[in-house]
Design a protein around this ligand. Structure first.
Ligand SMILES: [Ca+2]
Ligand SMILES: [Ca+2]
Length: 168
């Protein structure tokens, strides 16, 4: 009498389905002036038996008038425009950030998308949660800055002194 050992190979995306966590990554904001990066969360569903690597890429939204008019170059705005994220075995939520360069350029609010481009073997990207939109809040006073002229900040301790005439 003998026996046979039969191995059933891993199958059916044994490492799960990955996509942006709908509640907080469908639309997030980043604030250059406050040093706040875009924080994005991935949700892994169905299975999570092994470590998972997810590759992402930031890209311009198609059809965005503002982006076209301002010729936004993401490589000058983001510290990384592509990278990967590692999700440990058993981890159902994975978070990563997209840091911004802190420049001194006045900029209006604009946006870009982050796409999940690829995952390691055994998993699949959920096509309905493949993209997240990130809004870059306005920075560095794009409408200009109003301030007092230096002469108007003078303090006069005696009420008998006359204020100088201001010129524009
Ligand atoms: Ca910027
Ligand atoms: Ca700026």
């Amino acid at each position: 009498m003998g026996y046979a050992k039969i191995t059933i190979r891993r199958n059916d995306f044994w490492n799960g389905q990955i996509g942006f966590y709908y509640k907080n990554s469908s639309h997030v904001t980043a604030d250059e002036d406050k040093g706040r990066p875009a924080i994005l969360t991935l949700e892994r569903r169905n299975a999570s038996y092994g470590t998972l690597t997810v590759f992402w890429k930031a890209k311009i939204q198609r059809g965005s008038d503002e982006v076209v008019s301002e010729q936004l170059d993401l490589t000058t705005q983001l510290e990384r425009v592509t990278d990967d994220v590692h999700c440990a075995a058993g981890q159902h939520f994975c978070t990563f950030s997209v840091p911004l360069f802190d420049d001194a350029v006045p900029e209006n609010e604009t946006s870009f998308v982050v796409e999940l481009t690829q995952v390691s073997p055994g998993a699949v990207v959920d096509p309905t949660h493949r993209f997240a939109t990130v809004t870059l809040l306005r920075s560095d006073h794009p409408s200009g800055m109003v301030q007092f002229k230096a002469v108007s900040r003078c303090v006069y301790p005696h009420s008998t002194l006359r204020l100088p005439h201001f010129t524009t």
